[in-house]
Design a protein around this ligand. Structure first.
Ligand SMILES: [Zn+2]
Length: 118
């Protein structure tokens, strides 16, 4: 591990059926992966931009280590933003990936901004 390395979780975001019918064209089992800053659509060719807009704010938090008491750690089922749609989206951590600060930004590490290392 490099002295400027850090880890992020890879995520899988999968469509699962809820209690009501899905009305947005989602298909149960459709998914995409989150690898660092990238969304990876290996097999799912279409994904609702409205559903994506509801998911995007949560993904960077789910990629990072969280306090065991943080609700963001326990809550992994997200509803479609259409109130008439039964689709749910499950966010699962599927692995870890190592990154280096210097490969992600040109901004130097500032002493005193090392999060929990202070
Ligand atoms: Zn929907």
């Amino acid at each position: 591990m490099s002295p400027d390395s850090f880890e992020l979780y890879d995520l899988k975001v999968e469509v699962i059926a809820g209690e009501k019918p899905m009305v947005c064209g989602h298909q149960a089992g459709d998914f995409f992966l989150v690898e660092g800053e990238n969304l990876v659509f290996d097999s799912t060719r279409r994904f609702s931009m409205y559903a994506l807009s509801a998911l995007l704010p949560l993904l960077p938090a789910k990629q990072r280590p969280l306090d065991r008491n943080d609700w963001m750690l326990s809550d992994s089922l997200i509803a479609c933003p259409d109130p008439n749609c039964g689709a749910r989206f499950r966010i699962t951590r599927i692995g870890k990936r190592v990154f280096r600060h210097g490969e992600c930004t040109v901004v130097p590490i500032t002493p005193g901004e090392k999060g929990d290392l202070q």
